[in-house]
Design a protein around this ligand. Structure first.
Ligand code: PEP
Length: 250
């Protein structure tokens, strides 16, 4: 049985005070009983927001990144062990903004996943093609390679702690969303790749979220697709009413 999940990636937005307010509004909102929410605020907000949601079993906390080492002389970095110590449940890895602006490749992402999973974190693994890759018909090949170099290198027990987010890069923050057919087609393909590397049962049970300009006005259509288990939401996760409305779109 797959969970319905709506995850909010706040990116580098909100002051601590604004983040606390946003988390309070989400926690007080009307969250459907069968939907799980994950919020991913900036590192600086995690401890305070953890306190706010500590008695709310419908909301989990995620970090937006972690380093690939557990500790050491890596000025400015945060390790997965530190996040686990703080009681954080998830970390987002492989986001296209990390791939583009911080030059993270699949090998880096694999090492980050390795250490995150070893330290008890669950991983939201982002994959997705760029516009030029889709235009020449390479989108399936690109996503398959991203999966085979990361998720598929783990054993099934480890991979059970991974949620996939399919995020076509051309749809992130652009207001241009994939059509529900495009999302369903890719999600189905992702399940095929996972089935070939693990097995059918595993592939049927892994959650695959869609991300890329998912908003209250298009979430229902996208979430109605058989292989779409929810969304990873950027811009629209910064307004509690939008985020809660998306959570109510199954
Ligand atoms: C994201 O950054 O993961 C994302 C999906 O952003 P947006 O919803 O703003 O496109």
């Amino acid at each position: 049985m797959r969970n319905k999940i709506v995850a909010g990636n706040w990116k580098m937005n909100t002051s601590v005070e604004e983040g606390i307010q946003l988390a309070k509004e989400i926690a007080q909102g009307d969250i459907p009983h069968d939907v799980k929410l994950i919020i991913a605020p900036p590192f600086t907000h995690l401890a305070s927001i953890k306190e706010i949601i500590k008695n709310n079993d419908k909301i989990s906390l995620s970090a937006q990144n972690c380093h690939e080492k557990v500790s050491g002389a890596y000025t400015g970095e945060i390790s997965s062990k530190m996040l686990a110590d703080l009681g954080i449940e998830y970390v987002i890895l492989g986001h296209s903004e990390r791939r583009t602006y911080f030059h993270e490749d699949d090998t880096d992402i694999f090492y980050k996943m390795r250490v995150a999973l070893d330290n008890g974190l669950k991983v939201i693994l982002c994959v997705g093609e760029k516009l030029e890759q889709r235009e020449v018909g390479d989108h399936f090949k690109v996503v398959q390679k991203q999966l085979e170099k990361t998720l598929c290198k783990f054993n099934a027990t480890e991979a059970e702690s991974v949620v996939i987010a399919y995020e076509p890069v051309w749809a992130i923050g652009t207001g241009k969303t994939a059509s529900s057919e495009q999302a369903e087609e890719m999600h189905g393909f992702i399940r095929e790749v996972i089935a070939n590397n693990f097995d059918n049962k595993f592939s049927e049970n892994i959650e695959i979220l869609y991300g890329g300009s998912c908003k209250p006005n298009n979430a229902k259509e996208i979430f109605s697709q058989h292989n779409v288990d929810g969304g990873l939401i950027g811009g629209a996760s910064l307004q509690s009413s939008d985020f809660l409305s998306i959570a109510g779109s199954f």
